[in-house]
Design a protein around this ligand. Structure first.
Ligand code: NIG
Ligand code: FE
Length: 413
């Protein structure tokens, strides 16, 4: 099927080349005013300004959509989520309102361990159905590619169950899905006094099955005081790397304990969170090839300091933005909100935020050839806005739903 979309007020994120954006380049969001896009079989086949339509599309297809007044941009590429979980955790939300910290809740068996108990008591099918619903929900909010982690199993069966759910989502989802193994999310109760035993279980019991069944693309570790040390992270990641799993890591959320150095040593694809960064951490990360993925919704929800986006970008860091959708620290997969927060609270320019949430997010999942920009040959995964005065209006009018329609593979969802 061929569709031609005409009279697009602004077509944003048009790119002929895929380049991971860092530093100043992040502020450059290429836009064509008064544009068209041609879509063939779900793929962007041509685009340009309306005055080039006759030249570029000599024969108009039957299916022409006039979107006068609307802006189109590539769908969000959400490169960090925990979309598979069994139940929400509002009771901890109330504990936090009453004054408990995230770390205190975790220390008394809440948090990740709470979610792990619920995952282990749930069947694969019910987990799939709930995750599928969440996936539909975030697609309607403009997400057109997503990464999903395990990490709420913390047992061999639980982790494999989560990863099999993610594999099924991958097979059935119309949007690209990447799977990350996060067995090292926290130490389960059974291994509270035997950390080496759990690391051995990850390496000797979980990883071989994950590799044999092709259940993951990446390996993740929650590197944090009271969770996994940088040394433990390195051991776990090197074991995963032997099976071809690249590291994508939870680092510097609550403390700076050397995770950045380790991520660079491991040649990680991305270092995510980064709420707590020393100037030295910022400089190291900015000078490395590791993508810094900021999760402002987690800082917002936990009432923490935001990630130092300005310093990271000004030092030349390749920065991505993601939702961190999970029941504990970011019970929202709304990337529009993450983009708005990054502008309002982290002083990212709207162009920087949109680039970080699209093309750089695609790089952070290694699917920059499929999604993340308006480019010939990429998937027609597109956000159609309601009439808006400018691109900056999207983060400015936070809380307002500016999305009229979302198109995935050339079809409205
Ligand atoms: O990315 N920080 C570690 N993991 C998750 C939250 C996990 C949870 O509280 O359930 C995060 O914020
Ligand atoms: Fe996370």
């Amino acid at each position: 099927m061929t569709s031609l979309i005409i009279n697009i007020q602004q077509l944003a994120g048009v790119r002929e080349q895929n380049i991971l954006l860092r530093g100043n380049a992040l502020a450059d969001l290429p836009i064509i005013d008064n544009a068209f896009v041609l879509i063939e079989d779900g793929i962007i086949a041509e685009y340009g300004p309306m005055y080039e339509l006759e030249l570029k599309v000599p024969q108009l297809p039957k299916h022409v959509i006039d979107v006068t007044g609307q802006t189109i941009l590539p769908c969000w590429c959400d490169s960090h989520t925990h979309l598979v979980f069994a139940q929400t955790r509002e009771e901890e939300f109330i504990d936090k309102i009453r004054g408990m910290s995230y770390a205190e809740i975790a220390a008394r068996g809440g948090g990740i361990l709470n979610s792990a108990n619920k995952i282990n008591a749930s069947g694969e099918e019910e987990l799939f159905v709930a995750a599928w619903q969440r996936l539909q929900q975030v697609m309607k909010m403009g997400t057109g590619a997503i990464e999903i982690k395990s990490g709420y199993g913390l047992t061999v069966e639980g982790e494999l169950k989560m990863l099999r759910v993610i594999k099924k989502l991958k097979q059935q989802s119309p949007i690209p899905v990447k799977a990350t193994f996060l067995g090292a999310h926290t130490y389960p109760v059974a291994y509270k006094e035997n950390h080496q035993g759990y690391i051995d279980s990850i390496i000797n019991e979980m990883l071989p099955v994950i590799a044999a069944e092709g259940l993951a693309d990446y390996i993740d570790v929650f590197c944090e005081t009271g969770f996994f040390s940088p040394g433990e992270m390195e051991i776990i990641c090197r074991a995963g790397m032997q099976y071809g799993l690249k590291p994508k890591l939870h680092i510097n959320q609550l403390n700076s304990i050397g995770g950045i150095e380790s991520a660079i040593k491991l040649n990680a694809l991305s270092a995510d969170h980064l709420e707590t960064m020393t100037d030295h951490d910022i400089q190291l990360l900015a000078a490395s090839t590791v993508i810094g993925t900021l999760l402002p919704a987690a800082a917002f929800f936990l009432r923490m300091q935001y990630q130092p986006a300005r310093k990271l970008i000004d030092n030349g860091c390749a920065t991505a933005l993601a939702s961190d959708y999970n029941p504990g620290s970011s019970p929202s997969g709304n990337m529009n909100f993450a983009v708005a927060l990054s502008c309002i609270q982290m002083r990212m320019l709207p162009e920087e935020a949109i680039n970080a949430a699209t093309i750089n997010g695609a790089f952070a999942m290694e699917i920059e050839n499929e999604v993340g920009s308006i480019s010939i040959g990429k998937k027609a995964n597109l956000i159609f806005t309601k009439p808006i005065p400018s691109i900056a209006y999207l983060p400015y009018s936070f809380g307002e739903n500016c999305i009229d329609k979302v198109m995935i593979n050339g079809e409205y969802v």
